[in-house]
Design a protein around this ligand. Structure first.
Ligand code: EPZ
Length: 431
């Protein structure tokens, strides 16, 4: 398995271009199943997760072509006919978001058999809300031997769906199913993440009638069919936030380009509180840390526009070197502190009680071997390694490859001493 070696201590100076968002790209790819015409996605990140989903879509009859077009990396997905509506365990277990093909398959063909995704390292992550939403839309759902069998032979029907709590995946799943339903669907207590608005707007470009995206109530007027479209994937706010924290951690001056600063507003405010200078441009953000000291900052993760759970681990890495104690609360996932023991291997002082981590800043981190447990935890260990004395080796780098395009290249272009040590091919685990 590949590993990443980082020799800490070099400040970062330079530009980091931000890629298209993984968590939008994979939903947009699934949405392409809703039409028999080609969907061209530009600003596409090339990631292990997009490749994996491509493999799954190919089983359903999707023809996929990747190229570098005039607007950067693009992927064209074309499913003239759905040749199979079966998503096997071997593929779904490797990436839980692939469960979201259930809705589009059902909406387009009236039936689907999709493996349940199972739990993962950050929490149990059930899909009950997804299934209840599909049932509300008239699907008949059965479960046998770890598979969901969904049927709606006469099509889905518009309905009122009120989510009992906010779920990104369930909102997106219900949205993708509702666009081809008969009649109007009103979805309440929806997630407002920018990737959901990106999906809704792409669906509208395909001929859907969705309104209210980006708010807690989304209204979908069902249409009988969708057509092809060109869509540019929204920038990856989590990648942007990760490099912003990396800049703060390593010191120097980093400029993020191809970014929408408003999507990481809360994180940038926290970096200012921590003592960084932040300059927001139209599509750039510059982060400077000239002060030797990082100030402690408390945070509580929340649904958008709150502090993203996907940036919690990275910010914790920064707080390990703060001049005092910070309190970090995780409210979205029940087990998202797996990076704590690994940060401790680097010399961090963190106590966890329930969903709260108290981080006592230390004067220095020291390089060590650490193990990545999930995608964002891996990024946190790389960030810590940038500031640690000596060499940090991050094992299980395949987690990083799922969601960060060319991470070593982007950081080393800014002066980080980081390199990949090649190993055997990984067997991907669910995340
Ligand atoms: C999405 O996961 C993202 N994944 C996650 O990013 C992100 O952390 C999360 O949203 C929150 O922002 C993708 O977009 C592929 P949820 P999702 O449904 O949709 C519970 C990354 O690193 N829940 O909003 O799965 C659930 O267990 C990943 O890129 C139910 O109980 O998140 C969790 O506690 C990690 N039943 C909470 O809701 C359900 O049916 C929020 O989960 C659905 C969710």
């Amino acid at each position: 398995m590949d590993r990443i070696a980082i020799e800490g201590g070099s400040p970062l100076f330079g530009d980091i271009p931000i890629s298209g968002a993984k968590n939008s790209a994979i939903k947009l790819m699934a949405a392409s199943l809703l039409t028999s015409e080609p969907v061209r996605l530009t600003n596409m990140p090339r990631l292990a997760d997009t490749r994996l989903l491509g493999r799954l879509l190919a089983r359903f009859g999707t023809q996929i072509s990747e190229s570098d077009g005039p607007d950067g990396q693009q992927t064209v997905l074309h499913t003239p006919e759905i040749t199979s509506s079966f998503a096997p365990y071997e593929l779904v277990r490797q990436m839980r978001a692939s469960f979201n093909v259930l809705g589009p398959l059902l909406a387009r063909t009236g039936h689907a058999k999709v493996s349940l995704p199972g739990g993962c390292t950050i929490g149990a992550r059930p899909v009950d809300l997804h299934l209840k939403a599909l049932e509300a839309l008239g699907a008949h759902i059965d479960m046998h031997e770890g598979y969901v069998f969904a049927q709606a032979p006469r099509g889905l029907k518009g309905a009122e769906i009120e989510f009992p709590f906010v779920s990104v995946g369930a909102t997106e799943h219900a949205l993708m199913a509702a666009v081809l339903a008969h009649g109007t669907t009103v979805m309440k207590n929806c997630a407002c993440e920018p990737e959901i608005a990106d999906l809704a707007e792409c669906l509208n470009a395909m001929g859907a009638k969705v309104s209210g995206q980006g708010t807690t109530t989304i209204v979908v007027e069902g249409v009988t069919s969708l057509h092809g479209a060109d869509w540019s994937v929204i920038c990856d706010r989590i990648e942007a936030g990760t490099y912003a924290v990396a800049g703060a951690m390593a010191g120097g001056e980093v400029r993020l380009t191809r970014v929408r600063p408003e999507l990481i507003a809360i994180l940038l405010d926290k970096l200012v509180e921590a003592g960084c200078e932040v300059e927001r441009g139209a599509d750039t953000v510059t982060i400077r840390r000239k002060d030797a000291k990082i100030r402690p900052v408390d945070l509580t993760t929340d649904v958008y526009p709150g502090f993203a759970t996907d940036l919690q681990a990275q910010f914790m890495a920064l707080m390990t070197l703060a001049d005092g104690e910070s309190v970090i609360r995780e409210t979205i996932f029940e087990n998202r502190f797996m990076h704590v023991p690994e940060l401790s291997r680097l010399g961090a002082d963190i106590r966890v009680t329930g969903n709260e981590a108290r981080v006592h800043g230390v004067t220095e981190l020291r390089g060590a071997q650490v193990m990545a447990t999930d995608l964002r935890a891996s990024a946190c260990l790389v960030i810590a390694g940038l500031a640690a004395r000596g060499e940090t080796i991050v094992n299980r780098v395949y987690h990083l490859d799922r969601g960060f395009e060319n991470l070593e290249g982007k950081l080393s272009a800014c002066g980080a001493n980081i390199r990949r040590l090649k190993g055997d091919s990984p067997i991907m685990e669910e995340e």
